[in-house]
Design a protein around this ligand. Structure first.
Ligand SMILES: NC(=O)c1ccc[n+]([C@@H]2O[C@H](COP(=O)([O-])OP(=O)(O)OC[C@H]3O[C@@H](n4cnc5c(N)ncnc54)[C@H](OP(=O)(O)O)[C@@H]3O)[C@@H](O)[C@H]2O)c1
Length: 300
């Protein structure tokens, strides 16, 4: 008997961005919880898509710029997890694609959307990749879709994942612009996946909610100390002039870090502890590092 025949009566959840950082964690947890997962990708033959297939997800081609492919992807689905990445496109593309997902989900009669968003509150900040998510979430609501918004502040993998643009800058430009002592709300990607799965599992509790997610609050300086305790050395910073960083990456992140330096906002681990009491602190997450490489996280 293979895993898919064990899945019982749970329905289908279509995952937008399934091959990405959030998406792979969401797929993993949905499969563990017995959902049938439709992992959406523009390229079903990519290594990441094949890996999802090997885990027993159904991989389907879909492009969020192509409404017809989305309608097919959401056909018969109970739920949709949605995430876009404006860093690899633009905030205009993020909004356009998010609107397409919302429209297709509404037309397909999806019963629950869990949206992997970002930001610090339900108000405009001038930070493009936060404000764009308010626009997308609003579209889901306007179309009457039952919605849970997940709003992590910073993923712990920013400290380690070399494919993150900010990984270049996490130990240098981010604290320089934000201030090394300013609090940061952290969540690891695996816990984001676990939280999304818990939201799908209990719609009565989580539909209509926006969860500001942080399992730990630590400044960059405190993270540096934790890193040093764990590894015996300081994390390697990549010194780069801010103007050069902006030339490569754009101004969204530098605007964000300056905003964080200059504004007060609510930050708490309460919502995260309520939905996932065992969510990892930064210290616990670092304890999963491979001592030799420091950039590999052991998934629980
Ligand atoms: N970095 C942080 O600390 C942090 C914190 C909170 C929130 N966030 C938010 O996280 C989001 C990024 O999530 P992520 O890191 O999971 O992104 P990611 O790793 O870049 O994954 C995005 C996925 O979207 C898919 N995709 C891209 N364009 C597509 C299209 N036109 N149609 C269908 N699929 C498409 C890609 O898959 P294929 O190539 O296989 O199609 C890709 O795997 C951003 O919105 C960011 O604001 C980040």
């Amino acid at each position: 008997m293979n895993a898919s025949s064990d899945r019982g009566n749970r329905g289908v959840v279509a995952v937008v961005g399934a091959t990405g950082r959030q998406g792979t964690a969401v797929v993993r947890h949905l499969l563990q919880d017995g959902w049938h997962v439709r992992a959406l990708t523009r390229n079903p033959s990519s290594a990441a898509a094949l890996e999802l297939h090997a885990q027993d997800a159904g991989v389907q081609r879909a492009d969020t710029e192509d409404m017809r492919s989305l309608l097919s992807a959401f056909d018969g689905a109970y739920g949709v997890f949605n995430a876009q990445n404006p860093m690899t496109s633009s905030t205009d593309a993020e909004i356009r694609q998010g609107h397409n997902v919302a429209e297709a989900a509404a037309r397909a009669g999806v019963k629950h959307v869990v949206y992997g968003a970002a930001g610090v509150g339900d108000y405009e900040t001038g930070v493009g990749s936060w404000d764009s998510k308010l626009v997308v979430a609003q579209r889901f609501r306007e179309l009457g879709l039952p919605l849970t918004v997940l709003r992590p502040m910073a993923f712990m993998e920013l400290m380690t994942d070399k494919s993150y643009y900010p990984q270049l800058s996490t130990w240098h430009i981010m604290p320089k612009l934000m201030g090394p002592e300013r609090p940061v709300g952290w969540l690891c990607l695996d816990d984001l996946g676990a939280i999304a799965a818990r939201a799908f599992a209990d719609p009565g509790k989580w539909v209509g909610k926006t969860l500001s997610l942080a399992s730990d609050i630590q400044s960059m300086e405190q993270c540096r100390t934790l890193w040093e305790e764990r590894t015996g050395r300081r994390p390697r910073a990549f010194p780069m002039p801010v103007s050069l960083f902006e030339r490569f990456v754009g101004t969204d992140l530098t605007t964000m870090w300056r905003w964080l330096r200059n504004h007060q906002f609510d930050m708490s681990t309460q919502a995260t502890r309520e939905i996932l009491p065992g969510a990892l602190s930064v210290r616990e997450w670092m304890s999963g590092f491979d001592k030799a490489g420091f950039d590999r996280l052991n998934h629980r």
